[in-house]
Design a protein around this ligand. Structure first.
Ligand SMILES: NC(=O)c1ccc[n+]([C@@H]2O[C@H](COP(=O)([O-])OP(=O)(O)OC[C@H]3O[C@@H](n4cnc5c(N)ncnc54)[C@H](O)[C@@H]3O)[C@@H](O)[C@H]2O)c1
Length: 420
């Protein structure tokens, strides 16, 4: 079940439905394409993820959603203008049946969104209760064995962690019952409801929703996986793959300036400074754990890292990102690298939803719960236990090793770090 039925969610659903009919290919999806090595020496073989662990079949997926706007998935996909009508129409009937449930919504958290398809709840606790009922009803109506809830809704305003409220499950529940709207974002109600109903929860926006102690406790209690934050799609994917080039060759960094133009509804929401702040915190975290001053003070002390997103309607979902990287080499001589990525935001995000959903479902069945660090590969600002000084892993290739090893382990094979 997707929270949000906008550009990303409908591109994901349309792609899966088209793939089922043999009319499209799920390009970019690791679970559908990637092969990894298991075993060593003479026993080694390269297998698809689904040959190593049991993954849900695309034909067995039922899609549900909540959204503040009442448009069904067909209307929303057409409105989003990500896909051409020729790529939507063959599955129009299926998409029209995906009608969003009323959203647990608070305009103070996304004030550029103005839909009327919202729940009227007296308290945040009521929101949770209604969402739990939605999940139960959906599960029964669609005869589902298991549900995964994934956030693909707008980025909420930045909610700083407040230990007194977010520190324990008991304090979180008390704040929900007391209707503490300043500290309890609607996304927390979705996450709480999902976990309480025995569903993994994935945070695809940079919201700190499940990145608080209370949710970690909840995930542990319910034995459910959680993952977040923020789908790693365009610029941050490039950054987490490119920064290792600088780091492994021991080149220095003076500054990295990243800017984007984006014209879809996500861009509109992020044009609001309080919502952009949430994204900025997420995007800025990438470099620090790859190019570290404490490990290489000569090379990475005090570099200037700046990230901007500018709302520019003519481009709609076709995001353009520019990176200017000021590096230095032998004897400190400066050089520049420019990267210009003309990407399609939702086209890059859609396969991540599929992979995150299938892998967190597999992890739950394998008895894994709490933060799923092996899913960091798909996420811009990976969750980690900051209370234990654990560092997030942002390095794309280290993340890939973590992903492969988790799949090997779930499949009963030995984890290893061989490069291949
Ligand atoms: N596309 C990417 O490359 C990418 C990358 C990382 C993260 N994201 C994040 O994914 C999310 C979705 O992006 P998008 O382009 O589909 O945006 P979108 O604006 O097209 O869709 C978001 C939808 O969420 C709905 N919504 C807002 N608050 C809600 C709530 N409380 N409950 C239910 N629905 C709610 C909105 O009405 C809207 O229809 C955004 O938070 C975005 O930042 C996208």
């Amino acid at each position: 079940m997707c929270v949000g039925l906008g550009a990303v969610a409908t591109t994901f659903m349309t792609g899966v439905l088209m793939t089922r009919k043999g009319l499209a290919k799920p390009v970019g999806s690791m679970t559908q394409y990637d092969k990894i090595r298991v075993g060593r020496g003479e026993n080694k073989k390269y297998l698809h993820y689904g040959e190593i662990i049991s993954l849900a079949n695309l034909n067995d997926i039922e899609f549900g959603a909540w959204d503040a706007y009442p448009a069904n998935a067909y209307e929303s996909a057409v409105n989003a203008e990500v896909l051409k009508e020729k790529d939507i129409n063959p599955v129009a009937d299926e998409l029209k049946q995906i009608v969003p449930l009323k959203a647990a919504f608070d305009k103070n958290y996304a004030n550029r969104i103005d839909g009327a398809n919202v729940k009227t709840c007296a308290t945040r606790w009521d929101m949770v209760e209604e969402l739990r009922q939605d999940i139960r009803d959906f599960k029964a109506a669609h005869h589902c064995d298991r549900i995964v809830v994934i956030w693909a809704a707008s980025t909420e305003i930045y909610v700083p962690v407040n230990e007194a409220v977010h520190g324990t499950m008991a304090s979180l529940e008390a704040a929900m019952k007391a209707d503490d709207r300043a500290n309890i974002a609607p996304s927390m109600c979705y996450a709480y409801a999902a976990l309480a109903e025995g569903c993994p929860f994935i945070m695809g926006a940079p919201n700190t929703t499940v990145d608080i102690l209370a949710m970690w406790e909840m995930a542990e209690k319910t034995k459910m996986p959680i993952a977040g934050k923020d789908f790693k799609t365009g610029q941050t994917l490039v950054k987490s793959g490119f920064a290792p080039i600088i780091g492994t060759r021991c080149l220095g960094l003076n500054g990295w300036f990243s800017t984007n133009i984006l014209g879809n509804r996500d861009g509109l929401v992020l044009d609001e400074p309080a919502n952009f702040r949430t994204k900025e915190v997420s995007k800025l975290s990438t470099l620090e754990s790859i190019l570290c001053a404490d490990k290489q003070p000569d090379l990475y002390t005090d570099y200037y890292h700046k990230v901007r997103i500018n709302y520019y309607p003519p481009r709609n979902d076709d995001k353009e990102g520019w990176d200017n990287i000021d590096i230095f080499g032998w004897m400190g001589y400066p050089m520049q690298i420019k990267i210009n990525f003309l990407c399609r935001d939702s086209i890059l995000a859609a396969p991540l939803l599929l992979d995150l959903v299938l892998l967190s479902d597999a992890a739950a069945r394998d008895g894994r719960y709490g933060t799923q660090r092996f899913l960091s590969f798909f996420l811009k600002s990976p969750m980690h236990d900051y209370t234990q000084d654990e560092i997030p892993v942002n390095h794309l290739f280290q993340q890939y090793v973590m992903l492969k090893n988790a799949i090997r382990e779930m499949g009963g094979y030995e984890a290893d770090e061989e490069i291949d």
